[in-house]
Write a protein that binds this ligand. Sequence first.
Ligand code: NAI
Ligand code: MG
Length: 332
Amino acid sequence: MKKIVVIPGDGIGKEVMEAALMVLNALNLDFEYEFAEAGHECFQKYGDTIPEETIKLVKKSDATLFGAVTTVPGEKSAIITLRRELDLFVNLRPVKSLPGVGGLFSGLDFVIVRENTEDLYVGLEEYTSEGAVAKRVITRRACERICKFAFDYALKENRGKVTAVHKANVLKKTDGIFREEFYKVSKDYPGIEAEDFYVDAMAMYLIRKPEDFETIVTTNMFGDILSDEAAALVGGLGVAPSANIGQKTGIFEPVHGSAPKIAGKNIANPTAMILSTTLMLKHLNKNKEATLIEKALKKTLKKGIKTPDLGGKHTTTQVAQKIREQLEEYFS
Ligand code: NAI
Ligand code: MG
């Protein structure tokens, strides 16, 4: 039995999670689900966006599904706290074309591996007499482990190339270390091509020739920016999944937030959350099940069964229901 913690969160987080569970439950999985709270509604109830009880459950789990939460200024970020507490050093963002979603390109299939624990995101900012200064922290250990993850992932997924992205011409020390560690790690993977680009050039290549890439590995902030750009290539936030992975466990969540404007209307696109469950399944070595869900999702979208953000007329529940029926057909 695998222990799966489910944190629906608030806003559309709850709706897309319900849809994703409807799909997962069509499969015969050895999962034991435990529900936990986090986010703004949780803060209103308990005065805490991420209660100790939730952190404990996530730490003991095999994997966690996270919907989305509203983040209010002044309240602690639930997801950032979880990433840090669990040392989830990888943020994995696959970029895959889907039928019927109006992406800018078709046939894309690459993945961005973003370092998740350091860089400018350590929050070391201070005011000075002239303005403010932010510190960028880059350690050899973090560079080595993120690059190693990227090459292992490429190996597992039969991807032939890993591309490092940095700005070592300007950030000579921090990104100099990142590039050095990248090529050191690459020596252990002679079957995989290693290359590197400056981030500004990469921003352009992602639009001019995105089909050239297979696995991209980069530091935290560049990964944040490039992965949103990449999501736009294949249809945007409603279809962008992600995984936060550490040594022991992982948290799987859509890239989008709680979308308060459309919350409660049953029109949120469940695709990103459903694809996040397929990342969880793959992480738990359930590749067959992950592939089946992807297949059923693609078939449903191709038939035009989709939510309004993709130009469709269907509700969140209807989309999930159709995917579920499709899955049941595979088993009948
Ligand atoms: P957002 O991702 O919630 O929404 C951005 C735009 O995309 C909106 O127009 C929204 O309607 C649309 N959208 C997003 N997901 C969609 C879906 N599944 N189906 C259809 N349309 C979708 O980002 P926003 O508006 O900047 O933030 C809203 C709240 O979410 C804020 O409190 C923010 O802090 C929080 N947030 C939480 C995240 C998380 O839980 N990991 C991540 C990003 C934002
Ligand atoms: Mg972002």
